[in-house]
Design a protein around this ligand. Structure first.
Ligand code: DX5
Ligand code: ZN
Length: 218
């Protein structure tokens, strides 16, 4: 694995002009779609219809970050909407292994996202099946929160495990990324950065912020 991949989250983009917003992040690696159901997290966002509507207007692969209960129900709708990867939370399902198998059997890449208080041991069994583990650096539900620094050792521990076992899996971070915290998470071992407000609510153009983030891996 070489370099840093960047995945802009459109959660804090201009929802009235999403077509133009996704055009601004064409130099990123993935488009990150935050799916919230008002149960797993205390907020509502959007669903597969929005992913499908945006699909023709971006060349980036889409990933759906499912912050929902009963994620099993939404794998097929997001596949049909054209997403390439689905990220699920172990806290949102009773059967993580079965869910990961379901995602992969659908022909999608599988990722797991871990809330700040959830230990890495939750994913011991499924880690070899995943193309990414997303370490949540905020409690999910809202953009624009501050990174929880107590989560940084979890990134280091996962980096050690992934390297020691030769696992081909990205280590992502999601939440509270800015110029300062991006350097900290990369130093801890992250090679995939989700960023929302830093990319879409910055004086710099999104392309400039994306370039800055990618340079951290150079
Ligand atoms: C948090 C979401 C994140 C969030 C990132 O619930 O999963 O993807 O939108 O936003 P920022 O970068 O503003 O913390
Ligand atoms: Zn997210």
């Amino acid at each position: 694995i070489a370099g840093i991949e960047v995945a802009p989250s459109i959660l804090n983009a201009d929802f009235a002009d999403l077509r133009a917003e996704v055009a601004k992040v064409a130099t990123a690696d993935w488009l990150h779609l935050d799916i919230m159901d008002g149960h797993f997290v205390p907020n509502l966002s959007f669903g597969p219809a929005v992913a499908k509507a945006l699909r023709p207007y971006s060349k980036l692969p889409f990933e759906a970050h499912l912050m929902v209960t009963n994620p099993e129900v939404y794998i097929q709708p997001f596949k049909e909407a054209g997403v390439a990867r689905v990220l699920v939370h172990p806290e949102g399902t009773l059967h993580l292994h079965r869910l990961v198998q379901q995602i992969k059997a659908s022909g999608l890449e599988a990722g797991v996202a871990l809330n700040p208080a959830t230990p890495l041991s939750m994913i011991d069994l499924v880690l070899p099946e995943l193309s990414i583990v997303l370490i949540m650096t905020v409690n999910p539900g809202f953009g624009g929160q501050s990174l929880i620094r107590g989560v940084l050792p979890k990134i280091q521990q996962l980096r050690q495990r992934v390297n020691a076992d030769g696992i081909n899996c990205r280590i992502g971070v999601d939440g509270g990324i800015n110029q300062t915290t991006a350097a900290e998470v990369v130093a801890a071992g992250a090679d995939f950065i989700v960023a929302g407000t830093y990319i879409f609510r910055n004086q710099e153009a999104p392309a400039q912020v994306i370039a800055t983030l990618k340079q951290l891996g150079a």
